[in-house]
Design a protein. Structure first.
Length: 573
C-alpha cells in the first residue's frame, strides 16, 4: 500500500492511551533531531525514579522531572520530563509502569511526513484519474467540462445558464467543491515558504506525473490548481467567480457517483484579490520554468492586473450566499466582508511583480497594524511575507519585521509554564475550527520566519515544540496527521476516505483538531469524549468540526514541516 511508503510506525504497546495504572505518556510519535529538545509529558502519577529509558545498546537511563504543570482547562496534573540527553541516532524505549513507547531520533525526522503532506494534494486532484498510488488509485471524477454560470454570476456576455469549462484543481476539503478564496490562500502560503526554502523544495520529490521535468514538484502541483484558477476569471471583465460548486454538498460517495450539476457562482472582491495575488506571484516564480510552462508567466501577469482593476472598481462586491437563488446554494461560504487584508496582499504581490507606484501606494494604505497568523479570512500576513522576501522597500520591510518580532515574543512568553511545553495550546482561544493549522502550524511558520530574519535559532526550538504538540505531545495523545505515529486519525471527515472501502485514510492529511464549539453535535448524533478545549476532538467521519481535512490546513503542514525538514540536523538547537 502507498500508505506504507509514507508511514513511520513506532511501537507503543498501549497506543498512547491511558495505561492500567493511570499513567499516560505523551510524546512526539514521529521523531526528533539529535540536538532537538526532547520533552515528554506524563499524566497521572509522578514519574520520578520510576521512568526508564533504554538505549539501543541496552543502557538504562533515569531522566529527571523538569517541572510539573496543571492544565488551565481540566486541572489535570502533568509532569514534564527532559530526554534531551538522547542525542545519538536510534530508537529508545520509554517504560513507566505498564506503559511502553518509543522515541525515535534521526537526522531527517520530518522528511517522510512533509513529503506525504505535499503528495496529499495529488491525491485530492479533481478531473483526472489518480494513478501510481496503489489502493488509492481512482478513475476520473468531476471533469468539470460542463459547468453552468449561476444567475448570481451572470454578465452580459455570459448570461445565466452559459456552459463553461473549468477543469482540474484540487477538491477543497472533505467535500468535492473548488473555492477560489481557499485555493488561493493555500497556494499563497506554499509560495511564501517556497521562496524561503527554494533549494529544499527544488529537490523534494513526490512522485507525481510531472516529476522529472525541470520544475520543482511543489510548483508542478500548484500549477495543476493554477490552471483551474485561470478558468475562474471572467474573460470579459476580469472579475473572479467565488467558487465552483454543487447546490448542496454531495453525500459520502465517490466522485464518479456524484450527479448534481455544478455551477460557478457570484464574483467577489475577496476571491478576485486573492486570485490577483497568487497570479502575480506565479508570474514571477514560474518565469524560470518556461520550458515546462511556456507563456504562463505572461498570461498570469495580465490576469493578475485585470483582476486587481476589477476589485478596485467593485470594492464592496462581497459574497452573500443567502442571496443566491435558482438554485439556492448551501455549500461552504468562505464569506469575508472586509477586504483590506486582501487589498494589501494583492497590492504587495503586484508591486513586486511590476514595480508600479500605484501598487506600493495601495499597499501602504492597507498595511496591517500588527502581525497575525495567516488564515484564509485574514491574509494580511501573506502580504507581509511579500515585503519580508523583498528587502528593497526598506520602510515596509522594517515595519513588517518589527510586527513579526513583537508577535513572536508574545507567542513564546508562556512556554515555561505550559502543560505541554509549547507556544500553542495554552489558551482556550487557541482551539477551534482548523486550530491545528491556523494556530499551531502557522504560528510555528512565523517563528521560523523570525529566526531566518534574525539569522539565529532564537525561536526555532519553539517552532519544534509546536511540532511536538501536533505529533502527539498533547491532551488527546493523537498524532494529528493521518498515517503517522502510532495513534493517528482513522476516520477523517473526508468523502473519498469514507467511501473508498479502504480502511486507512489517505496518508499525510492534517485534521482540524480540538474544537470546543463542537458544532457538529447539534443533531445529537455525536458524543465528544470531553468538553475541555484541548480535548474536544472526535475521530469520527461525521465530526466535521474537529476531524475534517482541508487544502489550506495541509498547505500549512507542507509549509511548516517542509521548513523543518529543510533544517539540517547539525543546525538544530
Amino acid at each position: 500500500m502507498r500508505k506504507l511508503l509514507f508511514t513511520m510506525t513506532l511501537a507503543c504497546s498501549l497506543l498512547g492511551t491511558q495505561a492500567k495504572d493511570g499513567v499516560s505518556i505523551r510524546r512526539n510519535q514521529v521523531g526528533y533531531y539529535p540536538q532537538q529538545e526532547k520533552v515528554i509529558v506524563v499524566e497521572g502519577v509522578n514519574p520520578a525514579n520510576k521512568l526508564r529509558v533504554t538505549t539501543p545498546n541496552r543502557q538504562v537511563l533515569k531522566p529527571k522531572v523538569m517541572r510539573k504543570a496543571i492544565s488551565p482547562f481540566s486541572g489535570k496534573l502533568r509532569y514534564l520530563v527532559d530526554l534531551g540527553q538522547l542525542s545519538t541516532l536510534g530508537n529508545y524505549r520509554v517504560t513507566l509502569g505498564g506503559e511502553q513507547c518509543d522515541i525515535h531520533v534521526t537526522d531527517r525526522p520530518y522528511h517522510d511526513i512533509a513529503t506525504a503532506a505535499l503528495r496529499l494534494f495529488y491525491l485530492v486532484r479533481s478531473g483526472v484519474a489518480i494513478e501510481g498510488s496503489g489502493v488509492y488509485n481512482r478513475p476520473v471524477g468531476h471533469p468539470d467540462t460542463h459547468v453552468l454560470v449561476h444567475p448570481s454570476a451572470a454578465s452580459p456576455l455570459r448570461p445565466a445558464g452559459t456552459v463553461i469549462s473549468s477543469p482540474l484543481g484540487w477538491y477543497d476539503a472533505g467535500d468535492y467543491n473548488k473555492y477560489v478564496v481557499n485555493s488561493s490562500f493555500s497556494i499563497g502560503l506554499m509560495f511564501a515558504v517556497y521562496e524561503q526554502q527554494r533549494d529544499y523544495f527544488g529537490k523534494l520529490t513526490t512522485h507525481i506525473p510531472e516529476s522529472g521535468n525541470e520544475t520543482p514538484d511543489l510548483l508542478d502541483e500548484i500549477m495543476f490548481n493554477l490552471i483551474w484558477l485561470s478558468t475562474m476569471q471572467d474573460p470579459y471583465d476580469g472579475g473572479v467567480y467565488h467558487k465552483l460548486t454543487t447546490p448542496n454538498f454531495e453525500g459520502f460517495i465517490m466522485p464518479t457517483d456524484c450527479r448534481q450539476p455544478r455551477y460557478v457562482v457570484a464574483k467577489s472582491v475577496t476571491a478576485t484579490l486573492d486570485f490577483a495575488a497568487v497570479m502575480a506571484d506565479a508570474a514571477r516564480l514560474y518565469e524560470p520554468y518556461q520550458a515546462d510552462y511556456p507563456g504562463f508567466s505572461t498570461m498570469a501577469a495580465a490576469m493578475a492586473e485585470r483582476a486587481y482593476q476589477w476589485a478596485k472598481a467593485h470594492p464592496d462586491a462581497f459574497y452573500w450566499q443567502q442571496r443566491l437563488t435558482n438554485p439556492a446554494v448551501t455549500t461552504g461560504t468562505y464569506g469575508d466582508h472586509n477586504a483590506r487584508d486582501e487589498f494589501f496582499w494583492a497590492a504587495s504581490a503586484l508591486y513586486r511583480l511590476t514595480g508600479k507606484q500605484s501598487y506600493l501606494d495601495d499597499a501602504q494604505q492597507y498595511k496591517p497594524s500588527q502581525f497575525t497568523t495567516p488564515t484564509w479570512g485574514n491574509v494580511a500576513s501573506l502580504g507581509a511575507f511579500e515585503w519580508l522576501a523583498d528587502t528593497k522597500t526598506k520602510d515596509l520591510y522594517e515595519q513588517m519585521s518589527q510586527q513579526l518580532m513583537a508577535y513572536c515574543d508574545t507567542a513564546v512568553k508562556d512556554v515555561g509554564n505550559s502543560s505541554f511545553n509549547s507556544p500553542f495550546g495554552n489558551n482556550a482561544r487557541d482551539f477551534g475550527w482548523g486550530c491545528l493549522a491556523e494556530n499551531c502550524c502557522c504560528q510555528a511558520i512565523l517563528l521560523l520566519y523570525a529566526d531566518k530574519l534574525l539569522g539565529t535559532a532564537k525561536y526555532r526550538r519553539h517552532a519544534l515544540q509546536n511540532a511536538d504538540y501536533l505529533l502527539g505531545r498533547n491532551a488527546t495523545g493523537y498524532c494529528y496527521v493521518t498515517g503517522f505515529g502510532d495513534k493517528s486519525p482513522m476516520h477523517p471527515h473526508h468523502r473519498i476516505s469514507a467511501a473508498d472501502d479502504i480502511e486507512a485514510p489517505f496518508p499525510g492529511m492534517l485534521v482540524g483538531g480540538p474544537n470546543p464549539g463542537q458544532q457538529d453535535k447539534a443533531d445529537g448524533a455525536l458524543v465528544y469524549p470531553s468538553n475541555y478545549p484541548d480535548e474536544s476532538y472526535l475521530d469520527e467521519a461525521a465530526s466535521y468540526a474537529s476531524n475534517e481535512i482541508a487544502i489550506n490546513w495541509n498547505a500549512s503542514l507542507v509549509a511548516f514541516l517542509g521548513w523543518l525538514d529543510a533544517l539540517s540536523a547539525d543546525s538544530q538547537p
